[in-house]
Design a protein around this ligand. Structure first.
Ligand code: ZN
Length: 86
């Protein structure tokens, strides 16, 4: 009987700890999203291959052509078409 009570207490503590962690995580996520939504905070650039706009700090830049890309695959395809020697 005593053992059962201890198990119950441990279970409740674990549950409360998990719930608290979950709430902290949710607050952290909301904070991140709010930061991402701030207008004018991040410079947007356009992918030279697919024309999609991406934040400058997430985009890739080719030093030689000075063109921006959303991902390395688009950079490679763009360079293949515009710069066959590379
Ligand atoms: Zn792209």
């Amino acid at each position: 009987m005593n053992l059962l009570l201890i198990r119950l207490i441990i279970f409740v503590i674990l549950f409360l700890a998990g719930f608290k962690l979950y709430r902290l995580y949710r607050e952290w996520r909301l904070e991140q999203e709010r930061r991402d939504d701030l207008p004018g905070e991040r410079q947007m650039v356009r992918c030279a291959w697919c024309q999609v706009h991406v934040p400058e700090d997430e985009a890739l830049r080719d030093k030689r052509t000075e063109a921006w890309f959303c991902c390395s695959a688009h950079r490679d395809r763009f360079l293949q078409e515009h710069d066959p020697e590379a």
